[in-house]
Design a protein around this ligand. Sequence first.
Ligand SMILES: Cc1ncc(C[n+]2csc(CCOP(=O)(O)OP(=O)(O)O)c2C)c(N)n1
Length: 562
Amino acid sequence: MENPSTGADAVVEALRAEGVNTIFGLVGSSTMDLFDKLYDADDIRFVGARDERTGTNMADGYARVSGALGVMIAGQSGPGVTNAVTGVAQAQLAFSPVLVIAGGIMRKHVYADGFQEIDQQRLLEPITKRTYTVPNAGRLIPVLQEAMRHALTGRKGPVVVNVPRDVFAEATDMAGLAAPDAYRLASRPAPDPEALRRAARLLAGAERPVIVAGGGVKDGGRWQETATLAELLGCPVVMSAGHGDAIPSDHPLTGGQFGPRGNPVATAAVQRADVILVLGSRLGFNTTFLSSESVNPDADLIQVDVHTPAIGRYFPVSVGLVGDAPLTAASLSDLLAGHQPGEPVVKWARQFKEDRDRFRFERDETANDSGSPIAPARAFRALRRTLPRDAVVTLDAGTLNRQATDALEYFMPPGLITPLDWGCVGFSFGAGLGAQVAAPDRPVVSLAGDGGFAMTVAELSTAVSEDIPIKVVVLNNHCWGAEKAYQQDFFGGRYIGSDLDNPPFDEVAKLYGAAGYRADDPDTVEDVLRQAFAEDRPTVVDMQISPDALSAFDRGSFSHRT
Ligand SMILES: Cc1ncc(C[n+]2csc(CCOP(=O)(O)OP(=O)(O)O)c2C)c(N)n1
């Protein structure tokens, strides 16, 4: 008689049915039965990470670029799972659909405080959309389907499925195995028609309309619907924090990020608008600091989101629309067909474009600073001039990466992946590796500070052994710059724990078998970047950035000291 199917077979088949062809992870004995099945699964690529945190960041970056589920196996119960916690929390605050399959201890040892036991169910519940513990092999397929539905439906997010190690080995049939259409809705939610008509009337009567595009516009790279609506209304489009790529930067009506993490022109547009259409954004902390200084309190706010509780949560709305952002934009365009922007709107948009063009011109002018080490503005201009148009850029937390978010330009959505509201140092490299696996034909450029890159440098092994031709640009100011800035500005320069001594990252890269470049001359930095971006293998550029250009970002965090 043939061997019966086991829980491990059920996991592989459930993932296969969902269309999963890539899994990130790190082996551990708790999940070895599953790994042994993956050994035979030629249609599924396994990418082994050097740490479960970076592995989860990889699954996150993969999900955000592909629009599909990112899968991570935290192979070992206990420490393997606690290591993944930071990556799971990151995915939660980025609404990224990541499925973590977490190894668990044997069922008969539960609550015995044995080897590597921790209550993984309770540990992960607060930082996931939902956490599950599978009781027996017969429940694996239904629970995985439930988890994948949850991750991918409505506002997306991470789910964890804990599987006790003996459940993988238990015999089961494949009852319930089905294609995704059978367990989750393929279509997107459309808004209420009456509310839509009210929104269209407000937009048609506006004198200073503006569209705010958020992550909901970026999802699936479906930006055209928003651009078409902006063209019909003749109004500016600005972006929420971390989503500056939602509409290509060279679209004539776009103006980059608004708010405290944005630029003054985009910010002024939202401060002065009389009607603000928010498409797929919570207007959360990162974007607005939750302050009415960022969003004109006298404007009519129309907010569109797939997640009902997000509407009107931070700023009062005139009209709330529950629905998919691009679909809603298209419906508004249908309702407004034939609309011609009036004279006030034409003037408003003309002024916006003039201000934006002047801002961009001056931004390039200030980058003429030829000091060495390289001034941040000069580094960003060099990146603007050399980044390929189809690049995906991943960013880290830290002062330089935060400044880079709005200083770079993005032409092919999704083209920017950031830590968003989790602000996690060490995110960029792992996310970039996942993004590169998801988009092998696009150049992926991962920026990081020297602190953030040093946290995750071991993943150079993954890049080399998995042949992932990522380009890393380390903006190296030899310190934990964002924190040193606070010590500089609020603690009288009493620096503690904020300086960093790292080996040259270009040399480190070569030791790992990657290519390495050093850029320390402002006059040749663009040439170095062009050479690096032309490499077809993993490459690290160690760019020497002036340590004197520190700027404290969230001054409000130290309002108690001013
Ligand atoms: C995991 C994690 N640890 C610590 C912090 C606090 N933190 C925020 S920014 C920062 C400094 C980052 O330094 P670096 O990566 O070198 O970038 P820079 O600020 O110098 O541009 C630190 C330590 C954090 N956000 N995340």
